[in-house]
Each structure stands twice: as C-alpha cells, then as structure tokens.
Design a protein around this ligand. Structure first.
Ligand SMILES: [Fe+2]
Ligand SMILES: [Fe+2]
Length: 543
C-alpha cells in the first residue's frame, strides 16, 4: 500500500512515530518520483541529442519510432509524415516488435495508402485518430481501441485479424517543429508493463514526455529536411551554372557533366577497391559531395573566356574564319593571271602559276586547320606565300598581313601564345570565383580541388605549377577525368575525338612523365573505369 494512503495513528509517541513513518514514506515516494522524472528527462535529453546528430533521413525516421517505443515500453509504433500540400499523412515507418514487422525507412517506401486529412467535401477526417491528431494538434490516449467509440479502428481490426495481433492501448501525438507547425504524427501501440509484459494503458504522465520527444523528433526532421533542401538547391544551382557555361560553346556542351560523372565513378571505385594504394582510402559522404561540386565547377572560370578562343577551330578564326578572305584575295590574283592569259594566249608560264597558286591555297588551308605540326620549312613557305601581291582597287597589297602570318605560323594546335594564356587563365578565374563563395566548412576545399585540374605532378602544369604532395587526391582525380573526356570527346571543332586505345596511349605517356598520377591511372586501367565511360558515351575502342 502507498504511504500516502496510510492512515496516521493518534496518541503520544505512537502518534509521533506514525507521523514520522508517514512523512518518511511520503518523502521516499516523492524522491522516487523525482528520481523517475530525472531518469525520464535524462533519457529524453539523450534521445534529443541522438536525433539531432543523425544526418541520414531514413535512419532518423527509424530512430524516432524506436526511441519512442523504448521510452514508453510500447510494443509497436508508426510514424506518419504530413505531405507537402498538407492534405494527407504518409506512412514513414511501421514497426511491431512482437510480430517482427518493420516497414519504411531503410527498408523502403511503404505502399499503404496515405490517410486523407479531409474528405471529398472538404470535411476534416476526424474518424481516423492520426488524421484527428494532425488536424487538431491534440494528443489522444486510448486504453483499448476496440472500445473507443469516437474513432474508426476498422483498419486496425482488419490488420489484427490478418496477423493474429491484438491492438489495445494507443498513444497518438503530433510532431510539432520549432515553428509550431505540425509536420507528422507519432502513434504508439500497446504499452507493456515492464514487470509482467502485460498490455497496459499509456500512463497519462507520459503524454507530455512523449509530446516533448515528438517535438524533438520534429525539429530534427525539419533540420534534416532543411539541410537536404539547401544542399539540393546548391547542387542544382551549381549544375545550372556549369551547364550554362558549357552551353557557351555549341561544341563543348556536356564536357563538365561528363567530367563530373567520370570523377565520381573514380571516387566510388577508390572507396570500394580492396587492393593496392587505395585499399585504405575512404572518402566520406561529405567528401564525395565536396568532390562532386568541385568537378561540376572545375571550368567555371570559362565564364570569362571569349567564345572565339574556347572554340577556335582554325588558326585564322576570329569572328569568322579569315581563310575565306585569303581565298577571295587569291581569286583576285587568279583573275589577273587569267586576264594575262587572254592577252597572251598559250602562255604556259601563267598557267603553271595558277596551278601553283591553287597548291599554295591548299597548303594554307591545311596549315590553318592546325591538325599537323609545322616544321621550319612549312613556316618558311607560309612567309613566302604571304609576300604574294593582290590588287585591292588599284593598290597592291601582300596576300597575308603580319597578323595573319603570325596566326598561321602557330606550330601546333590553333591557339597563339596569347590566346593560350587567355584559355589557361580560366583556372585562375575558377580559383578566384570559388574562393569568394562562402562554402560550408565541409566543402571548404572546393576551390582548391577545382582550380588544380591543369596542374601536373612534376610541377609543369598551370596556373601555380604545384607538384607532388601539393596536389590533393581530389584534384588528381578531376585532372584524369578532364583529360580522358577531352581526348575522347567527339564534338570539338579543332580536333577529332580519339578512340579509347589512342587516349590510353597518350595517358600512359602522361603517367610515365609524371603529368598525371600513375597510381590513380593504374586504377583507371585495372578497374576498367574507361570501359564504362566509353560505353555510356559511345567512344569507340579503336579508330
Ligand atoms: Fe579546364
Ligand atoms: Fe575541363
């Protein structure tokens, strides 16, 4: 019997002893009650801390139900989340210990139909206990659902008859976040007596505690969703910017996306591989996200690179390809020759001069394409051809201006030294733009990873000439992805896409010359990372 109900005795020292005993009992009971409350509050605090530390949404949802069941000694629990349009409750987790049932969370989506908060006529669905709690925000504590007239438990009874379970006591509370908005409902079923295991009612004093637990769960869920939404927004924004820059050129569109994909394939392989240099290397989820953002932004500096340089298809290309101007001038020279032929019929010399002119033009077209290396002889020939004169409205001019000769004499590729510097400058701009963005701490390396993709291990790369240990694993990965994409791309106007075999031959040399990371390249080959990429992007294996 509780000392509170003990009747105090009367009379002398007996009275005193009885009162003391009564008071001692009372004090013990209050102390016990206070101790229980302290334990419960401590548990609640621990649960709150654990919930706020969980970053994975599925695990968080499971944890909310598990902890609430443990806290109240309930046999089963369900968590519902309010839909974005706030019209229905969706099942997030269903858990029943004695049936060994677990649905939702990491176990996958629950296919059970959502609970409508209103019917077709717009009336609040107060027949369903969870809908009622979601709409009113009032907790509901029921001793036996089979004898609770105010709510419809047909669904629960059907579940029981199918499984042989007996649903009895139920505590249903709303999940209110820090803005006092209801974002879901927690339903706990069949509280068990810790001593006997019998199903008992949920003690009324638990209601406030469970409400508090639900509120901590709601705040953790809201934070989780907020972080997810912000990260999602950031990634979408990054992709949009990167795609827009790619689209500046009709040819390189897709470069950044393909580099980012290849970068992530390599990173995942590093995480999975169980041999060699990378067996012990593990990139966390945050590091993977940071790398993905860096890969998407590696060429963001091209935002300031003039289009004519990005896509410069020929040496004489400016706004248009000036080889056409050269052709017009040569046509005029030819016209003059033809006029001479008419005057001096059968002049063989002039006929051969025309032939020579055509050959010179063909040579210039070839040189203009930048597809072959120009040796000293070829350079000399360009300079010689440049001296030809053409008649511009009675005024004699050299066939090629000094500037045109300068461009045509580019020994390899289509870019002059100055244009090459403009293109190379994109990584400095990348560094400049990204280092000014307030990335969260866990993404603080984005600028460094992104801006080092043209550095080489031997220190001969740009913009900073970093070498060896100064280059992070992440920037080495992006560098390999960038090179393989660029070599095999079929859409560049200034060069033909290389086959896998040709690209790997070039990269093999680059690895031996310490331009790219040899061990990373080894993984690229061993794990046939190029194979998957070639399949997805229709890159032929051989020419
Ligand atoms: Fe680049
Ligand atoms: Fe790139």
């Amino acid at each position: 019997m509780s000392p509170i109900n003990e009747k105090p005795l009367s009379g002398g020292s007996n009275d005193y002893r009885a009162v003391k005993k009564f008071l001692d009992g009372l004090i013990t009971e209050v102390q016990q009650f206070a101790e229980n409350q302290r334990i419960l509050i401590k548990k609640l605090t621990e649960i709150g801390t654990a919930l706020s530390a969980e970053k994975n949404l599925d695990r968080l949802l499971e944890m909310i139900v598990d902890e609430a069941c443990k806290f109240t000694n309930a046999d089963a629990g369900a968590l519902y989340i309010l839909s974005d349009d706030e019209s229905e409750l969706n099942f997030a987790i269903v858990s029943n210990n004695s049936l060994g049932l677990r649905m939702g969370g990491a176990g996958g989506e629950i296919k059970w139909p959502a609970i409508k908060l209103k019917d077709a006529a717009g009336r609040v669905n107060i027949a369903n206990v969870s809908a009622y709690v979601a709409v009113t925000g009032e907790p509901v504590n029921i001793a036996d659902v089979y004898h609770a007239g105010e709510f419809n438990f047909e669904g629960t009874k059907k579940f029981d008859s199918r499984t042989g379970y007996r649903s009895r006591s139920m505590l249903v509370v709303p999940l209110r976040n820090h803005e006092n908005e209801i974002i879901g409902v927690l339903q706990l079923l069949n509280a068990l007596d810790p001593a006997t295991g019998e199903i008992i009612s949920f003690p009324p004093e638990y209601e406030d505690m469970v409400l508090s637990l639900a509120s901590q769960a709601a705040i953790a869920l809201s934070n989780n969703r907020l972080i997810f939404d912000l990260e999602n927004l950031l990634e979408s924004f990054v992709r949009t910017i990167a795609t827009a820059i790619d689209e500046k050129s009709p040819y390189t569109g897709g470069h950044v996306r393909r580099v980012a994909q290849l970068t992530m394939t390599m990173a995942r392989k590093i995480n999975n591989v169980r041999y060699g240099k990378f067996a012990g290397t593990q990139l966390s989820d945050d590091q993977l996200r940071e790398l993905r953002i860096a890969a998407w932004l590696h060429d963001v500096g091209k935002i300031t690179t003039p289009e004519y340089v990005i896509d410069k298809a020929t040496k004489l290309e400016a706004v248009h390809d000036r080889i056409h101007d050269v052709k017009t001038r040569m046509e005029l020279i030819k016209k003059d020759y033809l006029a001479k032929i008419i005057k001096n019929a059968h002049d063989v010399k002039i006929a051969s001069k025309i032939e020579e002119l055509d050959k010179d033009y063909e040579f210039l077209v070839e040189a203009n394409s930048g597809s072959e290396f120009l040796d000293d002889d070829k350079i000399a020939r360009i300079k010689e051809i440049a001296k030809r004169q053409w008649n511009n409205n009675g005024q004699s001019n050299p066939l090629l201006s000094d500037e045109e000769v300068y461009h045509l004499c580019i020994r390899s590729g289509t870019l002059t030294q100055e244009e090459r510097s403009i293109v190379n400058n994109h990584v400095l701009v990348t560094q400049k733009i990204l280092s000014h963005l307030p990335f969260p701490k866990k993404m603080r390396h984005v600028a460094d990873y992104a801006a080092a993709h043209h550095e080489k291990l031997d220190g001969t790369g740009y913009p900073l000439g970093l070498k060896g240990d100064q280059l992070s694993l992440q920037s080495r990965i992006i560098a390999i992805a960038d090179i393989f994409e660029a070599l095999t791309a079929k859409d560049r106007p200034y060069k033909k896409g290389k086959s896998v075999t040709e690209a790997l031959e070039i990269m093999d040399r680059m690895a031996r010359n310490k331009h790219i990371d040899a061990e990373l390249y080894e993984l690229f080959i061993q794990e046939k990372i190029y194979e998957e990429y070639a399949r997805n992007n229709s890159v032929p294996h051989h020419d």
